[in-house]
Design a protein around this ligand. Structure first.
Ligand SMILES: [Zn+2]
Length: 279
């Protein structure tokens, strides 16, 4: 451990950097949020067993979870918001999240279909669909990707966030309270915790790597769509509409094409990883 409280571990394939008292780690150059802070004990840093089991182990050794793997043939694309639910917006630039998510979803479908995947969309037009329905319907697929754009009170905030479902009994990112008894119960989406983590990492790596955006981290939350599906699922916050510079970029069709390409790359990387674990 350095005086700054940083400790790194590396082998020929992977490198992990831990920081004392932090819930953020660096895994192969990507930012990952843990449920528990890293602690120092006898001049070494320690991760919680829960974070190792539900996050680090699956991401580093997917082959150990081969028996729970789901080969990707049918992909559920969930364009966030719609109809009466605009999502976030940037009014000076006349941008509504619901239109941007649908545009990216339709571009993504073209790319994935051309690669031989079957695609189902939550919506193909500007309609409102309940969150619970989105999650439940997607159970008839092999992977769910939910597409969103972000907003923050601070207009400087920008970059990419990727979310997977918080495992039972663990804390969501940004949740600093003690856990409640409610959080001990497993949600339907927790059936695939290991592959959620693997999908989340592959997706986040592709997005940040391809788009060159600020890496705001692979995070965990109990979003309804993620809770109610039963297939590996990821929710993408592909950029901030509240940041004028990022929003202006997202307003261009070519940038939305790049976002769709990078999501497809994340899915393909994950699908290939699943295949590599199969006999
Ligand atoms: Zn949204």
């Amino acid at each position: 451990m350095t005086p700054e409280g940083v400790q790194s571990f590396a082998n020929a394939w992977n490198r992990i950097e831990l920081r004392h008292d932090s819930r953020q780690i660096d895994l192969d150059g990507r930012r990952i949020f843990l449920s528990e802070g890293v602690i120092a004990h006898q001049s070494a840093l320690w991760l919680s067993a829960a974070d190792v089991a539900s996050l680090i182990h699956p991401v580093l050794r997917p082959q150990d979870f081969a028996d729970q793997a789901r080969v990707v043939k049918r992909i559920w694309i969930d364009a966030g918001h719609g109809g009466k639910d605009r999502g976030t917006h940037n009014d000076p630039l006349a941008l509504s999240e619901k239109h941007l998510t649908l545009d990216v979803a339709l571009r993504l479908e073209k790319i994935l279909t051309a690669q031989g995947f079957e695609v189902i969309q939550t919506r193909r037009e500007d309609v409102y669909i309940e969150l619970a329905e989105r999650g439940e319907l997607s159970r008839d697929s092999d992977l769910l990707v939910s597409i969103h754009f972000n907003a923050a009170g601070n207009p400087d905030a920008h970059g990419t966030e990727t979310y997977v479902l918080t495992p039972a009994g663990q804390r969501s990112t940004g949740d600093h309270k003690q856990r409640t008894v409610d959080e001990l119960a497993a949600e339907p989406g927790n059936q695939t915790d290991a592959w959620n983590a693997i999908l989340g990492y592959q997706m986040h790596d592709a997005l940040v790597g391809d788009l060159g955006t600020l890496d705001r981290g692979l995070k965990r939350a109990r979003f309804v769509v993620l809770r109610l599906t039963t297939v590996p699922a990821v929710l993408i916050e592909a950029g901030f509409l509240s940041n004028d510079e990022e929003a202006t970029r997202i307003a261009s069709a070519s940038r939305r094409g790049e976002i769709a390409e990078s999501i497809a790359n994340g899915i393909v990387a994950y699908a290939n990883l699943v295949l590599s674990t199969q006999p």
